[in-house]
Design a protein around this ligand. Sequence first.
Ligand code: SF4
Length: 543
Amino acid sequence: MGFETLMGDEAIALGAIHAGLGSAFAYPGTPSTEIMETLQFLAEKQKAGKLDGVKEAFNAQWCANEKTAYESAIGSSYAGKRAMVSMKHVGLNVAMDPFVNSSLLDLHAGLVVVIADDPGMHSSQDEQDSRWLADFARVPCFEPATQQEAYDMTREAFEVSERFHMPVMLRITTRLAHSRATVKLGGILPQGKVKKPSAGMDWVLMPGIARKRWHAVLEKTKSIQAFSNDSSFNPVTKGQKKLGVITAGLALAYYQENLEEVMAANGGQAPYHLHVGLYPIPEKSVLEVYEACDEVLVLEDGYPYIERLLRGIVKPSKRILGKESGELPLEGELDPDNIRPALGLKARAVLPVPKTAMPGRPPQLCQGCPHVDTVNAIKEALQGHSISAVFGDIGCSTLAALPPYNLIEATVEMGASVGMARGASISGLKPSIAVIGDSTFYHSGIGNILDAVQHNSPFTVVIADNLTTAMTGAQPTIVPSSKMEAVVKGLGVDPAHIRVLKAHRSDHETNVRVIKEEIEHNGPSVIIMVRECIESYKKARKP
Ligand code: SF4
């Protein structure tokens, strides 16, 4: 408790620590850089026992890029620790893959994504407005108007993330990030306990599961909209109705600075006013202001986000039919039949389809696939561990999430397995293993190894090297497999903990022993399991 004079970035860092932050990850970029700098400074103070009231240590790490930072944060959430990832607005373009896909996960501990927009391009190449991207990913977004709100909303964002089990964005702008004000501090929450979550298959974004998860996201949007409509961060103040005013974020301060004169010009009455601090925009309150007032002025930094949405929320004089109004399905594809009701047509007469008792045919690893031997070795090596986590990646190896293997617990996007396993391991969920194909590793798993080496993160990467890009039809891997060991060495992994094995049942005993050894290593280890994909072998030898 008490007061401190803080920059917006510092207020966010302190708000996160006081909310029980477990791990924070970032890539530097103005105006968000000071968030991580503050966290690292305070992490050192905490270690020295000089950070008031904060008893538990937390991680605060720079990463290779925004994508790897985001993936590590997902892993931390998986392990049950509150996580924060911060970046500038264009950094979110780099992290879009994990950002958008993580909204489909049933997140465990809170995950807050701080995005610092730079309207006016003080130090950036564009002015993009991240509120669109929060909307695109269908996640809630807070926009603080003051340093006090930056502190309070950071804390609240963790609560909201855990309430809806999805990431929450905190959007700030340069002037708020870099200006100072006195902030009243709150109590300090304890960190969550590391736990082995029973995620089932909810974290494995294969098409059949992803469709269910997407449905769950769409269901959640109704509750999130209701939450925003009733939020105290979106206050409405009734007033004179000639000109209604809607403000967002720091524009509130600019409005308040002029309010005295506005009132003087209007017989001493303030305008009808809605301030938006939480998105999705509170449709109920927007309609209230719109319907009550002759004209509505929208004050917002960045793109005309509210202004454009407002034109879609108000009732136009003619009906507009479509997905929002419910005439067309919000999920899945359009087809000639499901658009008929919207066209005023009756459903087409169709012949009934006879019911058959065909068994389901889920995708499977091929007979003789080298990944089967890798999976069996990992499973046996993990026997006896009461707690562990195995993260998968895009490609054939994801199929090890399905019976009879049931090994992979989470698959999010290209390269994410390494970041997630790293994030989970530094959060205390050990042993943590990433299983990634050779092609996916080169695509975007490689950057996470840099993070792992720099921070000596205690986890194991198993590269299932089948000498090809198998799932898309056996295209060549960008760097030949013969160079894999040298590449991993070049990334800085200790050569004693780079192990090259044959993914074959004849080597099963050796493979189990080596995996057992490496998951005990207190640093990053890489096991390269080599054997050519059966399909690629056949394709290469086709006459
Ligand atoms: S295509 Fe190759 S890597 Fe993929 S499941 Fe079949 S054998 Fe395994």
